[in-house]
Design a protein around this ligand. Structure first.
Ligand code: TYM
Length: 333
């Protein structure tokens, strides 16, 4: 039997190389395993946990769908849909929030990072966001959830929520605990400007990330300006200790090439960064430019993108409404 795959990406603009290598590239690989059933969600309800400009949000929803398709997700065999178009997500999130414990959410490191010193002023949605994420996954009985390393804790919480719901309502195995699919290597792509900071949409510096809509010249320029260290490239993996920028750039290269880190290290052993950066730009352009061109082409056809999202949401609704019906019955509604 194949896997039931579910994952989501926030439509908050600036989808970048981290999203691609940590998540979207794996969505495509999983979809290409014939037996799998794949559902990919544009999680716009998650996006509004921080303030969004409504016009920008609409544009970003289409752009996220376009990115899925341009990266190789087939909207016919996989479901691509929009979270807010399937009401069961909001309904399940509320019910599950009554099962989840505040102590569990208090442990979420992403909330702590995002809220920073502003804890009292951020939205309640930002705090309860992992419960909505659990609802997303559990509504579809997903068996596997491909994500980047930063979502690991949220998936553990999802498993706890599933178990507590099943216990509280005496329904063993009703909500299915999903397995995270996090790559062993390269599951956390770091900023081009700081090797110990995650590559992120919200970094004010555009030079910190390769966006999936970047042109060839932008890619070359960003790699040229990417932070390195004064040493030559390492001869062995152990030489990467305390060289986060070198490790990150070699990791990006390896992931794009589908080869292990050791192979890349031996390819550039003892060479200088200028030579390596030329090769890195080359492979980035080879892999990212076609995606970028395709995203731009698809964005010119809003009707097509809206149709994909509507049809996907109709298919998702059929699955999710059956599950929420049973959830409500169990709760006693
Ligand atoms: P989001 O939109 O922040 O990111 C989408 C995916 O990209 C991965 N990612 C990265 N991977 C490697 N290196 C990075 N620098 C990097 N930055 C982002 C994320 O791990 C993620 O897989 N809460 C989720 C969206 C979500 C979801 C879900 C995911 C909502 N419901 C249900 C799975 C299942 C999020 O905000 O991802």
């Amino acid at each position: 039997m194949g896997k039931k795959i579910f994952s989501g990406v926030q439509p908050t603009g600036n989808l970048h190389l981290g999203n691609y290598l940590g998540a979207i590239k794996n969505f495509v690989d999983l979809q290409n395993e014939k037996e799998n059933q794949c559902i990919f969600c544009v999680v716009d309800l998650h996006a509004i946990t921080v303030k969004q400009d409504p016009k920008e949000l609409k544009k970003n929803i289409r752009e996220t769908a376009a990115t899925f398709i341009a990266s190789g997700i087939d909207p016919i065999n996989s479901i691509i849909f929009n979270q807010s178009m399937v009401p069961a997500h909001s309904e399940a999130a509320w019910i599950l929030s009554c099962v989840s414990r505040i102590g569990w959410l208090n442990r979420m490191t992403q909330f702590k990072e995002k809220a920073g010193k502003n804890k009292e002023k951020v939205s309640i949605g930002l705090y309860s966001y992992p419960v909505l994420m659990a609802a997303d996954i559990l509504l579809y009985d997903a068996s596997h959830v491909p994500v980047g390393d930063d979502q690991k804790q949220h998936l553990e919480l999802c498993r706890d929520i599933a178990q507590k719901f099943n216990n509280d309502f005496n329904a063993p195995d009703f909500l299915k605990s999903p397995e995270p699919l996090i790559q062993k290597e390269f599951s956390r792509i770091m900023s081009l400007k700081d090797g110990i900071k995650k590559m992120s949409k919200s970094d004010p510096s555009d030079l910190s990330r390769i966006n999936l809509t970047d042109s060839k010249d932008e890619i070359i320029n960003k790699i040229k300006k990417a932070k390195t260290d004064p040493l030559q490239l390492p001869k062995e993996t152990k030489d990467l200790i305390e060289r986060p920028e070198a490790e990150n750039l070699l990791g990006i290269y390896s992931s794009l090439k589908n080869q292990d880190l050791e192979k890349s290290i031996s390819e550039f052993s003892g060479k200088n960064f200028a030579e390596f950066k030329d090769k890195l730009s080359e492979i980035l352009i080879e892999k990212i430019e076609p995606i970028s061109e395709e995203i731009k082409k698809l964005l010119n056809d809003e009707k097509y993108l809206d149709k994909i999202l509507l049809e996907g949401s109709n298919k998702a609704s059929i699955i999710a409404s059956k599950k929420i019906k049973k959830i409500k019955e169990l709760v006693g509604f």
